[in-house]
Design a binder for this molecule. Structure first.
Ligand code: PLP
Length: 290
């Protein structure tokens, strides 16, 4: 059902060779790092489970991916948000629209504290230990590729939300003595917030990825002209569509640190999520399109 291992492609961007791990191609609906994080729930038996509950924002990639997972497994899906904008309610689009089409039941309330025995509860954004199952598979694919290509060392870059993907990648390489170093940047919150997120999943900082930042402050979900330009440049020169919430900032930070990062072969992880562009792109076009 999932197309694994996902391909790795070599591109030239602004005269630098960069490899791209195309996790966006894993599955048309269940793609990117959400497919990795929720892989565990696809491949295991859950006796007596008939319902999935999670919470977070009304446009999140995780919400949509969980609706796909629930549909694949024949589970009900209840999702809790603390608010829903009138605009989105009246104009369903992007992840929200597609999750509703997958029979998501939306509640504008706090998620329940007591979970019934027939229910699986998944933390916001998939920040859970079970995510390591699929992310370790991603790490294994990368390690196999390094070996096939006789690579002695590798630098990996990916932008973070909860930091779950970056953390478990880094942990796998450290545990298994693989010379691949993981770099990331916070797209939600700042450096301290991200470090705290790492700590919630893994207390030992020897397993934590290296955090890089740009010199401008990035607020999640806000529009930045330079990010829109980066997104367009990537689309035009590489012919690859990236997501608009995480990737443009990720590429900007990566290019700002390219001298350090390029001291080993460099791999960027495309974490999917382009369904969210359906709502982000019109916002960008209204603001900046000439
Ligand atoms: C969810 C998501 C992220 C953030 O992943 P974390 O594991 O929470 O850091 C990054 N990029 C895309 C496209 C996503 O959908």
């Amino acid at each position: 059902m999932l197309k694994l291992p996902s391909p790795i492609q070599s591109v030239t961007f602004r005269n630098h060779q960069i490899y791209i791990k195309r996790d966006d191609l894993i599955h048309k609906d269940f793609s990117g790092n959400k497919a990795r994080k929720f892989h565990y729930f696809l491949g295991h038996e859950f006796a007596g489970i008939s319902k999935l509950i999670s919470y977070g924002s009304s446009q999140s990639n995780a919400m949509y991916s969980l609706s796909v997972l629930a549909k694949m497994r024949g589970w009900e899906f209840e999702y809790y948000v603390d608010h829903l904008s009138l605009y989105l309610e009246q104009n369903p689009q992007g992840n929200y629209k597609k999750a509703l089409q997958n029979s998501m039941q939306l509640h504008i309330a706090k998620p329940p504290k007591d979970i019934e025995p027939n229910t699986l509860f998944i933390e916001e954004g998939g920040r859970i230990q079970e995510s390591s199952y699929g992310i370790y598979k991603l790490a294994q694919e990368i390690a196999n590729w390094m070996e096939q290509n006789h690579m002695q060392s590798l630098h990996i870059f990916l932008p973070s939300g909860t930091g779950t993907t970056a953390l478990f990648l880094a942990k796998y390489f450290t545990i298994n003595n693989i010379n691949a170093k993981v770099f990331t940047t916070p797209c939600v919150g700042g450096k301290e917030y991200l470090a705290k997120q790492f700590g919630m999943l893994e207390s030992s900082s020897q397993y934590h990825p290296t955090i890089l930042e740009s010199d401008y402050k990035h607020h999640f979900g806000k529009l930045y002209k330079q990010e829109y330009q980066m997104w367009l440049e990537l689309k035009d020169t590489l012919n690859i569509e990236f997501d608009l919430l995480y990737d443009p900032y990720g590429w900007i930070v990566m290019m700002e640190h390219i001298q350090t990062l390029n001291s080993s072969p460099l791999l960027y992880i495309h974490q999917g999520g382009i369904i969210g562009n359906e709502s982000m792109l019109p916002r960008y076009e209204r603001k900046y399109k000439q």
